[in-house]
Design a binder for this molecule. Structure first.
Ligand code: SAH
Length: 220
């Protein structure tokens, strides 16, 4: 779908073409993921003072001491997730809402949880203004959204570093569903976990990354 987004421009679109080429050089091969990244105006998910850096391949600060992940990390996680149109996707760590928008661009039905009220408020309003149809929730994503009755999910994506694999999330996956989660203190190992049977999950290790930590509870 072609969206017209206020504050986007041909200059920014050009910078996104360059960014996508850089991501190809850095090993991203899924053209659907690259096309989605090419459509989302990353500069509108951060402070205007960071405009010049928005299409560099780097993590940048957002409110509440958090970060918007590096584009290569967003692309890599999204590629591992293998999202198809109309899939139900649960995202843990809405942050700026950028990754949420990328998932929406892939045609997913996105449910996103954030624990910090300041970020939740800003991201929810921002996504609505851009006409992204994601459902945002304020809460502790470690626990998933089991109490909300939206699950089970085809895909679950964690965008903060979890101390261990969140067990409640494993149970919110459909059979054949995929959880992508960075696990570890300090540095994290990216895990891709597939639910292969009711009580069976298969894990693939996909390299080292660095994320802000997953924290417990809600923060108002
Ligand atoms: N996907 C985001 C990345 C934000 S960084 C983006 O594109 O901007 C990770 C986010 O996870 C932070 O906003 C942090 O507040 C949030 N977070 C950390 N622990 C959490 C938890 N237990 N539940 C929900 N969100 C959490």
């Amino acid at each position: 779908m072609q969206r017209v987004i206020e504050g986007d421009s041909y200059k920014h679109k050009g910078l996104r073409v360059d960014l996508c080429n850089l991501l190809r050089q850095r090993g991203i091969t899924d053209e659907a993921v690259l096309a989605a990244i090419g459509r989302v105006p990353r500069h509108l998910f951060m402070d205007r003072g960071l405009d010049a850096l928005a299409y560099e391949d780097q993590a940048l600060p957002i409110e509440c001491g958090q970060t918007i992940s590096q584009p290569r990390t967003v692309a890599f996680q999204t590629q591992l997730l293998a999202v198809r149109k109309d899939m139900k996707v649960l995202e843990i760590g809405t942050g700026s809402g950028y990754q949420t928008a990328v998932l929406c661009e892939l045609g997913a039905r996105v449910f996103s949880v954030e624990r910090q009220k300041g970020l939740y408020d800003v991201a929810k309003a921002r996504l609505a203004k851009m006409h992204y149809q994601a459902k945002c929730f304020l809460g502790d994503g470690y626990q998933g959204l089991a109490q909300m009755d939206y699950g089970p999910y085809d895909r679950i994506l964690v965008t903060c570093g979890a101390p261990e694999v969140p067990q409640p999330l494993l149970r919110e996956l459909k059979l054949g569903g995929v959880l992508v989660v960075p696990v570890g203190d300090g540095e994290q190992e990216m895990l891709r976990i597939v639910r292969t049977a009711d009580e069976e999950w298969e894990t693939t290790r996909c390299g080292d990354f660095r994320f802000v930590p997953m924290l417990e509870g809600r923060q108002f």
